[in-house]
Write a protein that binds this ligand. Structure first.
Ligand code: ADP
Ligand code: HMS
Length: 561
C-alpha cells in the first residue's frame, strides 16, 4: 500500500458486497495502489431462522438478507475508506460495485424493496434471497426436467442443469409459495443491479448476472411458452427480470446527489455497471487471457476462466459471451461450500482447545498425505458443480477411534481440492483449456490449503497480489467506466497484480493424492450420480421432520394463545 498520490492523481472506489459484509477500497488509477479500505458488517447478516422483526421460523435451506444493510455499506464503509486513504474526495472519478450472486430481490417499479412495503414486511418471500438460499431445489428440478423434455436450446450452455441458487428457480418458488408477493413484484432484480440503481438512479441489468444466473443467452431469455408450461402464471416472469442489458465496465450512470450524500463522493462521477464478486476478480488477478482459471476462495469458491469459443461442459455453471470480459466466452463453475465447511467444523465440531482455523491448520500441516486415512465429500452446502444438486450433503469415510480433529479438518481441506480438480478436468475434457490456476479470496491466507491445491491439481498456483481481489476488480471496472482506460485489458495490466507460481506441486505428494482422488471420484459418482440416493432420502426425512416440528410449534403457540 503506497502513500497517497502525486498532484493530479485520480482515484476510484471499489465496493465488494460479500456474504457477511461490504468492503470499500480506494485505489489509485495510474497503478492500482490500494490507499484505504473499510468494512461494514451487515447488521442482519444472513437471515436463516426468522425475519428480523420476529415471526414464524423460516423453513430449512432458507437464506435471506436485508437490503438496508446494503445501503448502510455505502453510508459507512465508503466514507471511512476515503478517510483512511487520506485522499481528497474531489479526486475520485468513479465507483464500481460487485455482489454475491444470485442474490436477488423483488421490488416495486421505482426500486422499493417489497420487504420495505409495510404490509409485506412479514412475508419472507418479500425479502432478498441470498445466493445460498437453497430451498428452491424442487423448482430447479422441474425447470431442468422440462427443459430436457422440450429440448430447450439454452440448457447446454448451463452444463445441462440450472441451479436452485439462480433466478428462475427462486422466481418459481416465489410464485408458487406467495403469489401475492409475486404479483406485487414489478421487478425481480439482482442486488448488484439494484445497488447500482440506488447509486445512479438508472435501472440496468449487467450481462454477467443476466447470463450466468438468469438464463440470458444470445440476447434472449427462455420463451413464454416454456415458462407457462412450468406454471401457467409464470409467463410474465421475464418482464420482471428484464431491463437495459449493459456490458461489463460500461458506465451505468452518474452518482446522484442523494448517493453523493451517502458516500461523500462527488455528484456526477461515473458509476460502473454492476458485476459479480467472482467474475470481477479476473481483472484484478490479470487473468483475462483464455486458460488462466481464477478460483475466488471464500465461504464458497467460484471458478472463472475465459475461453476463445463456447463449449458445453457438463455440470458447469454456465458459459456467457462477455460474461467475464468483452470479446471472450466466460466460463463459470463453483463449489457452494468451501470456507463455510471449514467454519462449520471450527464452530460446531472441533473441541474448544483447538477450535480455530490457525490451530487446526498448524496441527494438520505436519502429517504426511494419507496418514489420517480419510476421504470426505465436500457437499455440506450441496454441490454446485458438477452435480448441481443442493439436496446432496457432506460425508467423511475412514473415521476411527484414533481420528483426531486436525485429521478431519485436513480431510475437509483436501475434499474441496478434489472438488476443484473435478471441475478443472471437466473443462479440459470438454476442450476448454485450463493452463494454470490463480487463487484469490480470503482463503489465500491458509498456506496449507494452498499447497494442498497445488499438489491435488498438480498445477502451480499463482496468488493475486491483493487481499481485496473483488473490490480491486470493481475499482478497475470503475476506472474504465470513468474513461481512464480504453478497455478492461489495459486497466487490468496497469492496476491488477499477481504473484506467479507461489505454490508448486510436489511430485511425491501429487502421486499420493492421485490415489486418494481416485477414492473421492468413486464416492462422488456413487452418492452423487444415482447409484445410492441415501443423501436425498435423508434430506426428505429431515424436511418432513422439520415440517412436523414447525406445525407442532404452531399448535403449541396457538394453545398458549
Ligand atoms: N485461515 C482459514 N483457513 C480456512 N478457512 C478460513 C480461514 N479463515 C476464514 N476461513 C473461512 O473462510 C470464509 C470467509 O472467507 P472470506 O473470503 O473472508 O469471506 P467471503 O466469502 O464472504 O468473501 C469463512 O467461511 C471462514 O470460515
Ligand atoms: O456464486 C457466486 C458467483 O457466481 C458467489 O457470489 C457466491 O458463491 C458467494 O460467494 P462468496 O463465497 O460469498 O464470496
Amino acid at each position: 500500500m503506497s502513500g497517497v498520490g502525486e498532484v493530479g492523481d485520480r482515484y476510484v472506489v471499489g465496493v465488494d458486497y460479500g456474504t457477511l459484509s461490504g468492503r470499500a477500497l480506494v485505489v489509485r488509477v495510474r497503478d492500482g495502489a490500494e490507499l484505504g479500505t473499510a468494512v461494514h458488517e451487515y447488521r442482519n447478516a444472513v437471515i436463516e431462522s426468522a425475519l428480523p422483526d420476529g415471526g414464524p421460523s423460516l423453513p430449512p435451506d432458507w437464506a435471506l438478507q436485508d437490503p438496508q444493510d446494503y445501503r448502510d455499506v455505502l453510508r459507512h464503509a465508503v466514507p471511512a475508506a476515503v478517510a483512511a486513504a487520506g485522499v481528497d474526495p474531489r479526486d475520485v472519478v468513479g465507483i464500481g460495485i460487485d455482489f454475491t450472486a444470485c442474490t436477488i430481490l423483488p421490488t416495486l417499479a421505482d426500486g422499493t424493496p417489497l420487504c420495505e412495503v409495510p404490509e409485506l414486511r412479514q412475508r419472507p418471500h418479500a425479502w432478498v434471497k441470498l445466493w445460498k438460499h437453497h430451498a428452491a431445489q424442487p423448482h430447479a428440478d422441474r425447470i431442468n426436467a422440462l427443459a430436457h423434455e422440450r429440448g430447450e436450446p439454452w440448457i447446454g450452455r448451463y452444463g445441462g442443469r440450472i441451479s436452485a441458487e439462480w433466478q428462475f428457480a427462486k422466481g418459481l418458488q416465489l410464485l408458487e409459495e406467495d403469489p401475492e408477493v409475486y404479483r406485487r413484484a414489478d421487478r425481480f432484480i439482482e442486488a448488484a443491479d439494484w445497488i447500482v440503481w440506488q447509486l445512479c438512479g438508472v435501472e440496468t441489468r449487467n450481462v454477467c448476472t443476466a447470463g450466468y444466473k438468469g438464463i440470458m443467452q444470445d440476447g434472449k431469455y427462455p420463451s413464454t411458452d416454456y415458462l407457462t408450461a412450468l406454471n401457467p402464471d409464470f409467463g410474465d416472469f421475464v418482464t420482471k427480470l428484464d431491463g437495459p442489458l449493459m456490458p461489463l465496465a460500461d458506465k451505468a450512470g452518474e452518482l446522484t446527489a442523494e448517493a453523493a450524500g451517502w458516500t461523500g463522493l462527488p455528484q456526477g462521477i461515473a458509476v460502473a455497471v454492476g458485476n459479480v464478486d467472482a467474475h470481477v476478480t479476473a481483472a484484478s488477478a490479470q487473468a483475462l487471457a483464455p486458460g488462466r482459471l481464477v478460483a475466488i476462495m471464500g465461504t464458497s469458491t467460484c471458478h472463472v476462466v475465459n475461453g476463445a469459443q463456447p463449449a458445453e461442459v457438463a455440470g458447469m455453471c454456465g458459459v456467457v459471451e462477455g460474461g467475464i470480459s468483452a470479446g471472450a466466452w466466460g466460463y463459470e463453475a463453483g463449489q457452494s461450500g468451501v470456507g463455510d465447511i471449514f467454519g462449520w467444523f471450527v464452530k460446531h465440531a472441533a473441541p474448544a482447545e483447538v477450535a480455530s482455523h490457525e490451530r487446526l491448520t498448524e496441527l494438520a500441516t505436519a502429517q504426511p498425505v494419507g496418514a489420517h486415512g480419510l476421504v470426505a465429500l465436500d457437499w455440506w452446502n450441496g454441490n454446485r458443480s458438477l452435480l448441481v444438486n443442493h439436496d446432496l450433503s457432506g460425508m467423511i469415510v475412514g473415521l476411527t477411534l484414533a481420528t483426531r480433529p486436525e485429521d478431519v479438518y485436513r480431510a475437509l481441506l483436501e475434499a474441496t481440492a478434489y472438488g476443484t480438480r473435478m471441475i478443472i478436468e471437466a473443462f479440459v475434457e470438454a476442450g476448454v483449456p485450463v493452463n494454470d490456476l490463480v487463487i484469490a479470496g480470503g482463503l489465500t491466507s491458509n498456506k496449507l490449503l494452498m499447497q494442498i491445491y497445488a499438489d491435488v491439481t498438480n498445477r502451480p498456483l499463482s496468488i493475486i497480489g491483493s487481499a481485496q481481489g473483488p473490490a480491486l476488480g470493481s475499482a478497475i471496472h470503475a476506472a474504465v467506466a470513468a474513461g481512464e482506460y480504453p478497455s478492461i485489458h489495459e486497466a487490468s495490466q496497469a492496476m491488477g497484480r499477481i504473484s506467479e507460481a507461489v505454490y508448486r506441486p510436489d511430485p511425491d505428494r501429487v502421486r499420493a493424492y492421485d490415489a486418494l482422488y481416485a477414492e473421492y471420484r468413486t464416492l462422488h459418482d456413487h452418492f452423487g450420480r444415482g447409484a445410492n440416493d441415501v443423501m436425498l432420502r435423508l434430506r426428505a426425512i429431515r424436511n418432513a421432520a422439520a415440517g412436523s416440528a414447525a406445525s407442532t410449534n404452531e399448535t403449541a403457540s396457538e394453545e398458549v394463545a
